[in-house]
Ligand binder design. Structure first.
Ligand code: ADP
Length: 468
């Protein structure tokens, strides 16, 4: 159990953020300290070198000034080194054969040259000392070839060491503070995510009203919250639509079923003549047809929306239009409606012929239903860029602005107060939603423009294949 908890703790974003934070702080601190230590050492060395060069100039000047009195020269050198004892300064004088004739201090471990030295006039480091072998010029050069001036390096190292300890102490402090700071930062950074997780775990399909608070910081978490809220809005709208659909479908299915039930009960309530039975059975059969149509429409809608197994064949749209025109032209002339077809040369699209035929039939059928005697219906097909455009226009009752946005919703039927014989028109408000589902499954669009009492134009666009 404990191990499981530890394991899950390691997996949390909070823990990982904390680790990252600590690592970054530690690495930066270590690198900064190393850089500081190095630059401090370099600076101290430069300072030492500079002092040694100044010492050398002073000693040379003093030696020339005291020459030829060797005792005075020695005394001056002793005085100079004594006043810089804190730096561990020493001086050695070389005779003409470049052998030491005098050493200022008997410092233990001073690298006294046993053989004649090579006076290089450069600064060197050896056995914990920094020194400069300098040749003498002027009068004093008659008796002495040069001298060595140097100082102890361990003093520099001691300074560097004490700084290093100071730095290590501050690093230890940072090591103690970093996890706490890292934890606070990680908690702060992940708190909005924890809130999202808590709220999301409370959400149920039955209750999708809760939304996340957008803090207005404009950061990534705010954007994530905004995106999730939008996503929830869409899911809630989708579920609401599904609920309405199921309720409407149940309602629509109940009516023909109730009518069938009522007709059979009435028929069975007493003895009937064969004609009466025939009439009742005819009525029941009509209701069954309606019932079947409705169920087929619902199934088609569900299938099309799910994108289930819709085979896509090459379809010649101009042929489809002509078929529909042939099918409806007699009905139109019976209703004294001018019915015109304006179709283009072969226009190929991808889809299911039976379904797109149903779409075109549905639009023409609606136009016929809502166009009064003497009106006109025009079916027009043309190509535009890489798509085909199909317009079904009528001079019928039209659809109000408000209803135009809803006609493609399932079970929606617009206000029919302007329509004569409204009762006789029937329908169930599923036709256009099926058209929309089919057209969209073919990668197309469907829309309507309409003016009340002037007429409507339904427009379908579909991606064109083959020559434009
Ligand atoms: P219905 O079976 O009711 O015709 P549809 O989905 O085909 O269902 O149409 C939905 C509603 O849109 C219709 O009830 C009608 O109010 C309106 N409508 C459709 N086509 C037209 C049209 N050409 N002119 C006027 N109103 C129309």
């Amino acid at each position: 159990m404990f191990l499981f908890r530890i394991n899950s703790l390691f997996k949390t974003l909070r823990f990982r953020l904390m680790l990252w934070n600590i690592s970054v702080v530690l690495i930066s601190v270590v690198l900064t300290l190393i850089a500081l230590r190095t630059s401090f050492r370099v600076t101290l060395l430069r300072e030492t070198d500079q002092l040694l060069r100044e010492d050398a100039i002073e000693i040379e000047l003093a030696a020339n000034a005291m020459h030829p009195d060797l005792n005075d020269i020695r005394a001056e050198i002793e005085r100079h080194t004594a006043s810089h004892k804190h730096r561990g300064l020493f001086v050695q004088l070389y005779d003409k054969n470049k052998k030491p004739v005098f050493s200022s201090l008997d410092l233990e471990g001073i690298p006294l040259p046993k053989n004649p030295v090579r006076i290089s006039n450069t600064l060197l480091t050896s056995e914990g000392f920094r020194f400069l072998d300098k040749g003498l010029q002027g009068n004093v050069a008659k008796d002495f070839s040069g001298f060595r001036v140097g100082s102890r390096m361990d003093l520099v190292e001691e300074d560097v060491e004490s700084l290093s300890w100071l730095m290590l102490a501050s690093m230890g402090f940072v090591v103690l503070i970093a996890p706490v700071g890292g934890y606070i930062l990680a908690v702060q950074a992940t708190k909005p995510i924890a809130d999202i997780i808590n709220t999301t775990s409370r959400l149920r399909p039955q209750n999708l009203t809760e939304r996340f608070i957008i803090k207005g910081t404009g950061d990534e978490l705010d954007r994530l919250t905004f995106t999730i809220n939008g996503f929830l809005d869409r899911i809630a709208a989708f579920i609401q639509k599904k609920r309405e659909f199921v309720a409407n479908a149940a309602h629509e299915l109940r009516s023909p079923l109730a009518a069938i039930g009522a007709a059979s009960e009435l028929a069975l309530s007493r003895e009937r003549t064969p004609e009466e039975y025939r009439e009742t059975l005819g009525e029941i059969s009509d209701k069954c047809d309606h019932f079947r149509l409705l169920i087929n429409q619902l199934l088609l809608l569900a299938e099309t929306e799910a994108g289930a197994n819709i085979p896509h064949h090459v379809i010649q749209m101009d042929r489809i239009i002509e078929k529909s025109y042939d099918m409806f032209k007699d009905v139109a002339s019976q209703q004294h409606i001018h019915f015109k077809l304006d179709s283009t040369s072969p226009a190929l699209v991808l889809g299911e012929a039976r379904q797109i035929q149903q779409v075109v039939n549905n639009l023409i059928d609606n136009a016929l239903k809502f166009t009064p005697e003497g009106g006109t219906i025009v079916v027009e097909l043309y190509k535009e860029a890489s798509k085909i455009v199909l317009n079904v226009s009528d001079t019928g009752v039209g659809i109000s602005k408000e209803d135009q946005s809803k006609v493609f919703d399932r079970f929606f039927q617009a206000d029919r107060s302007h329509t004569k014989n409204a009762e006789a028109l029937g329908g169930n408000g599923l036709g256009l939603s099926i058209c929309k589902a089919i057209v969209e499954s073919m990668g197309g669009t469907i829309s309507v423009t309409s003016t009340l009492e002037k007429g409507s134009t339904f427009t379908i666009t579909l991606p064109l294949i083959g020559p434009v």
